[in-house]
Design a protein around this ligand. Structure first.
Ligand code: E4P
Length: 223
C-alpha cells in the first residue's frame, strides 16, 4: 500500500487535495492545529471529522494532554465524540513510557491509535507491539539528526511482518516530493505531507511548456 495523506488541519487544503483524488487521509498535530486561526479545538476537529467521514478519509487527531490518566481520558473523549462522524478516526499519542502504557490501554479499548513522534526503529517497534494501528516516523527530522531513515523503515516493517501485526507505517516530516517517493520506495505504507509538497507533485516545468506548446499549435490551426 502506498497511500498519501494531507498533513494539515486546513479544510480548504484538504478539499483541494481530495478533489484531485490525491489523498486517502489527513493527519494533524498540535502545531498544525495552531497554524489555523485561533478558535475552538473542537470546532476545528468537528469540521475535519465531518468532511473526512463523508469522504471516507482517515483522520488522525493528536492528544495534547501529557499525563498518563489525562492522555487516556482525552483519547477516549476524542474517539467517543467523533468516531460516529468519522469511522476512520485515529487518535495520535506520542511515544514515551506512560504514553506506551496509554497506547496499550486505548488499543485494548478499541481506540485506533496513531503512535507518533518516533525517531528510531526501536520506538516504532514498541509502538506496534503496544497495539498502535499506525506508527509515525519523523522522516526528515530523523535524517537531519543524522539517522538512517531507510533502515528504520525497513526494520520496523520487518518487525510488523514477523509478528503478524496489522500496523501501518506512516512517514511524516516530509519536505519534498522526492522524500515522498523515497519513503514509499523504502517501505512506508503511508506518507503524510503538506499541500506545498502535494502541489509540487502535480507540476513539472516541461509539462507546462509542452501543454502551452500544444495549445499554441492547435490555436494556430483551428483559428
Ligand atoms: C505527522 O503528522 C507529523 O506530526 C508531522 O508530519 C511532523 O512533521 P514536521 O517535521 O513537519 O513538523
Amino acid at each position: 500500500m502506498n497511500h498519501l495523506f494531507a498533513d494539515t488541519a486546513n479544510l480548504k487544503e484538504i478539499i483541494q487535495a481530495n478533489e484531485m483524488g490525491a489523498i486517502q487521509g489527513v493527519t494533524t498535530n498540535p502545531s498544525i492545529i495552531a497554524k489555523e486561526p485561533k478558535g475552538s479545538f473542537d470546532e476545528i476537529i468537528k469540521k475535519l471529522a465531518e468532511y473526512c467521514g463523508y469522504e471516507k478519509l482517515s483522520l488522525s487527531v493528536e492528544v495534547f494532554a501529557t499525563e498518563y490518566e489525562q492522555i487516556i481520558r482525552q483519547a477516549s473523549e476524542i474517539y467517543e465524540k467523533y468516531i460516529d462522524t468519522c469511522p476512520e478516526l485515529y487518535v495520535k499519542i506520542p511515544v514515551g513510557f506512560d504514553e506506551l502504557r496509554a497506547i496499550r490501554v486505548c488499543s485494548k479499548k478499541g481506540i485506533k491509535i496513531n503512535a507518533t513522534i518516533c525517531y528510531s526503529e526501536q520506538q516504532l517497534q514498541l509502538c506496534a507491539s503496544a497495539g498502535a494501528k499506525y506508527i509515525s516516523l519523523f522522516y526528515c527530522r530523523l535524517r537531519q539528526h543524522g539517522g538512517d531513515v531507510q533502515r528504520a523503515i525497513r526494520r520496523a516493517k520487518s518487525y510488523i511482518h514477523s509478528n503478524d501485526l496489522e500496523t501501518k507505517l506512516i512517514c511524516g516530516s516530509i519536505r519534498t516530493q522526492q522524500d515522498v517517493s523515497d519513503a514509499w520506495e523504502f517501505g512506508a505504507d503511508i506518507v503524510t505531507t503538506g499541500l506545498n509538497v502535494i502541489n509540487e507533485m502535480v507540476e513539472h516545468p516541461k509539462t507546462t511548456e509542452s501543454y502551452e506548446g500544444f495549445n499554441k499549435d492547435f490555436s494556430n490551426w483551428i483559428g
